[in-house]
Design a protein. Structure first.
Length: 197
């Protein structure tokens, strides 16, 4: 998709096992804002996928592929094609979910053995917390983007919002606004990088 001149493709990954929960709502708001500014977007739910954890076999160093057969490869290929990547997770005991960590652990290894293929892509995290742990989770996801050499734009605040029961995040106006502004900044930056404006 990103190989098409003038097309901006942003993929957003929901790391929550809860379908249509607060994390998905927040990411959907961000992707909607990106689409308003001209991006083609796609939301991927890990709740619908099987992503096993990395088993540290290191066979990818020889093959450039992960030997584990599950839904990882399909998502990874979309991340590779994307101009921008958003990783969204709720807070689980001060941490990102096991599902999204399994994805980025394996994606990071494969990217590395293929010559850092995420380098200079644009991206960043979104985090939803009930009460606390959001800064730890935000940092945890942010480290992936930084270690991969990606470009992380800012927003009007840290990319966090609050909510527990489904839909609670819709009452966090500042969190929603921050996510939307972050996505719009992503599109603006990608356009600059691609020479589109």
């Amino acid at each position: 998709m990103s190989s098409v001149i003038g097309v901006i493709y942003i993929v957003g990954v929901v790391g929550s096992p809860r379908v249509n929960g607060n994390t998905e709502i927040l990411l959907s708001e961000a992707l909607r804002a990106a689409a308003e500014d001209g991006a083609q977007t796609e939301l991927i739910r890990l709740a619908d996928k099987e992503i096993k954890p990395c088993d540290a076999c290191l066979s990818c160093r020889q093959t450039g592929e992960c030997h584990i057969k599950d839904d990882f490869q399909e998502i990874f290929e979309k991340m590779v094609r994307a101009d921008g990547i958003i990783l969204a997770s709720p807070v689980y005991f001060g941490s990102a979910t096991p599902q999204i960590m399994a994805l980025i652990d394996r994606a990071g290894f494969i990217s590395g053995v293929r010559g850092r293929i995420f380098e200079n892509k644009v991206g960043g995290p979104l985090v939803v917390a009930r009460r606390a742990g959001q800064n730890f989770t935000l940092a945890q996801l942010l480290f992936f983007f930084l270690q991969q050499g990606m470009i992380v734009p800012g927003s009007t605040y840290w990319n966090i919002a609050f909510g527990r029961e489904k839909g609670d995040v819709l009452r966090d106006e500042e969190g929603l606004r921050t996510a939307r502004n972050f996505a719009k900044k992503m599109v603006w930056l990608i356009k600059k990088i691609k020479g589109l404006g």
